[in-house]
Design a protein around this ligand. Structure first.
Ligand SMILES: Nc1ncnc2c1ncn2[C@@H]1O[C@H](COP(=O)(O)OP(=O)(O)O)[C@@H](O)[C@H]1O
Ligand SMILES: [Mg+2]
Length: 265
């Protein structure tokens, strides 16, 4: 049984063109997969389909052998940066507790079991000592750890993390990736780690799932991050340049993975 399998899946938001068209792949349990693609390629849409929040137009999605269902407790999900944290004064522990009991923002309502689960998740990300401080006071990297803790509530079998590296500097990016990698290995669960840049992920990924042009390519880094494969996904000639252990994905002289130069497919 795979952690996630897509069979000829088409996803659409109702526009003229589908976001993903006839896409098939499978992710084994325990794999650490980098979900890549330019802004707008469909990464978040794919995660939402795995969560059962978007129904495919056609094709079959299976998550741990079952069809996606909303509120699936076996999936831990960290949504893309939430700029408006509901209460900036809320502490890490209360924020994580809000996930333990579903979408309950009124407290105090947490049971002893929920509190234990929340502390366990915070310890798992090494944030036990941050948990009582207001989120607004934490650094970006510290806050990201609290958000990941929230995704770990309920002992998930699959972790979906949407752009956890956004707005972090290189050192904090490494800390977050190493942390998630270690958690995935310790729990033996698959991780789908969304990023618009491959380089920070190179130290951790088993394989990459790259989206573009409504298509997907999955495989090892060298297999997928190549001129021929990416030229198809971007729909334009792509050169892949490797320098000093880093990978640059170039269309003409523009680096397409750099967020500011998003290539419009
Ligand atoms: N709720 C929505 N309704 C209509 N279009 C959407 C919606 N959400 C995303 N899109 C569009 O779908 C495409 C893929 O978006 P998204 O999955 O967020 O990409 P990514 O996460 O890779 O940046 C984009 O063109 C975006 O504008
Ligand atoms: Mg996104």
């Amino acid at each position: 049984m795979s952690a996630v399998a897509f069979e000829r899946v088409t996803l659409s938001h109702g526009g003229a063109r589908p976001i993903l068209c006839d896409v098939s792949f499978s992710i084994p349990q325990g794999a650490f997969v980098g979900l890549l693609g330019a802004n707008g390629a469909g990464k978040t849409t794919m995660l939402r389909a795995i969560l059962g929040l978007i129904k495919p137009l056609s094709g079959t999605i299976s998550v741990l052998g079952k069809p996606p269902t909303r509120g699936n407790a076996t999936i831990g999900y960290m949504p893309q940066a939430r700029r408006t944290l509901v209460h900036p004064g809320i502490s890490g522990i209360d924020f994580v507790l809000s996930a333990a009991g579903g979408h309950r923002w009124g407290w105090p309502v947490a049971s002893a079991i929920e509190k234990e689960a929340a502390w366990k998740a915070l310890e798992a990300v090494g944030a036990g000592d941050l948990a009582l401080r207001p989120l607004a006071e934490l650094s970006g990297g510290e806050r990201q750890r609290i958000l990941i803790a929230q995704a770990l509530i309920g002992d998930p079998m699959l972790l979906l993390l949407d752009e956890p590296l956004i707005s972090l500097d290189a050192a904090h990016q490494r800390t977050i990736i190493d942390l998630v990698h270690a958690i995935g290995e310790r729990l033996g669960i698959a991780v789908l780690f969304c990023s618009h840049e491959i380089n920070p992920l190179l130290r951790a990924v088993d394989r990459v799932l790259y989206l573009g042009n409504a298509k997907a390519a999955i495989g090892g880094v060298d297999e997928v991050i190549s001129g021929p494969v990416l030229s198809k996904l971007y729909g334009t000639p792509i050169n892949v340049v490797r320098v000093a252990g880093r990978i640059f994905v170039m269309a003409d002289d523009v680096e397409v993975e750099a967020g500011t130069h998003v290539h419009d497919v």
